[in-house]
Design a protein around this ligand. Structure first.
Ligand SMILES: [Zn+2]
Length: 375
């Protein structure tokens, strides 16, 4: 499901009365760019099911792409690739960003015989393993297969009057080398690499977060109208996905109309799926408080009603402890002066995904509501 596919539905939807909309075209552009990530073949992100999950089939947005081996291979936005590439030495920059080739027999990993993993020098994604390395005699590090086929993309390269198959990093697009069909069994392939495209992580050495598989966890927050809350959570570093829905009510399969009637007890809520190796639950709770005004009872800005209450719906004792700690710190520091924080912390009940036209609403409609960018 892509942002583009959803937008035609969204155009027909009208914002609820009383919701103030501020055009911010940059948000739409950013959202469209991130939406492209859904075009890759994806493994369905397994819900760790800390609480119940309603499967009404209403919303199925997922912008994060995981490989079968559990790594985040969502293509990085161009500005993020540029930021990472700016840290490279000139040779690694030339090879990975300009499709260069290092001279034969010169790379520092050609004769490396240690056990370990070869990761992308730009983004850290594991690409090749010492288990599959062999001496091809060509002068470049050679492997007979990738550590996971989804981590390396292939495209035809017709430079220099030849037709070769270029290999690139699936996450950041870094040029790695070429693959030829003259390798050893069992694949018969020879992945011919530039040492400068790779960073070697020896077995037993610390593995940086960007080179680890995703550790999927889930958090639920209510901070008023879910459009903006979902929008900003989705953009958090280490956040895999955010989905708008309804929680903590007493009816099954509620619709937006039901929830707005103030009779079902549901709060507009956002389900945040995140990589616990890259962002902590505490950081999410801090972002939740930074995003909205937790002193407003049953309202946020122009939206009034108990469906807009401020709440943290926890999935276990660990989350409850962290949420209450952060709440206690904010109270202790009198961050909101004499005003009381009315945020509720309670165990998460069933999450009912909201209708599709509510998902990625701000990105699709170029509008912004009450919440602030907490990142
Ligand atoms: Zn990469």
């Amino acid at each position: 499901m892509t942002t583009t596919q959803l937008s035609s539905t969204a155009r027909e939807a009208h914002p609820a009365p009383g919701r103030r909309l501020v055009p911010v075209s940059a948000i739409a552009v950013l959202g469209a760019a991130l939406g492209l990530a859904a075009c890759r073949p994806a493994q369905t992100l397994a819900d760790p099911a800390p609480g119940k999950e309603a499967t009404s089939g209403k919303a199925k947005t997922m912008n994060t792409v995981l490989s079968k081996s559990g790594y985040d291979i969502t293509p990085l936005p161009k500005d993020e690739v540029a930021r990472l590439a700016a840290k490279l030495d000139p040779e690694a920059y030339r090879i990975t960003q300009k499709a260069g080739t290092e001279p034969a027999f010169c790379g520092n990993l050609l004769d490396n015989k240690k056990d370990g993993v070869y990761t992308c020098v730009v983004c850290g994604l594991p690409l090749f393993s010492s288990e599959h390395k062999f001496n091809s005699g060509t002068g470049w590090p050679s492997f007979f297969r990738e550590v996971d086929p989804a981590h390396v993309t292939r495209k035809v390269d017709r430079a220099f009057g030849m037709e070769r198959v270029e290999i690139d990093c699936a996450r950041c697009g870094a040029h790695l080398g070429h693959v030829f069909e003259d390798g050893p069994k069992p694949t018969g392939e020879r992945h011919c690499l530039n040492s400068a495209s790779l960073k070697f992580l020896e077995k037993g050495a610390p593995v940086p977060p960007e080179s680890q598989p995703v550790k999927v966890e889930t958090a639920y927050f209510a901070a008023g109208c879910f459009w903006g809350v979902e929008h900003w959570f989705k953009r958090g570093p280490g956040v895999l996905d955010a989905v708008s829905g309804y929680m903590q009510g007493h009816t099954d399969n509620p619709t937006y109309k039901d929830v707005c009637s103030d009779t079902t007890g549901h709060a507009e809520s956002v389900k945040v799926t995140y990589d616990a190796n890259r962002i902590t639950y505490r950081r999410l709770v801090e972002a939740f408080f930074a995003m909205h005004d937790p002193t407003q009872l049953n309202r946020q800005g122009p939206d009034v009603g108990d469906q807009y209450r401020s709440g943290i719906w926890t999935v276990d004792e660990g989350q409850k402890k962290v949420a209450e700690e952060v709440l206690g710190e904010l109270k202790g520091r009198k961050v909101y002066g004499e005003k009381a924080i009315v945020t509720i912390v309670e165990p998460a009940k069933t999450f009912w995904p909201a209708e599709e036209y509510h998902q990625e609403y701000l990105a699709k409609n170029g509008a912004s509501c009450h919440v602030k960018n907490p990142w």
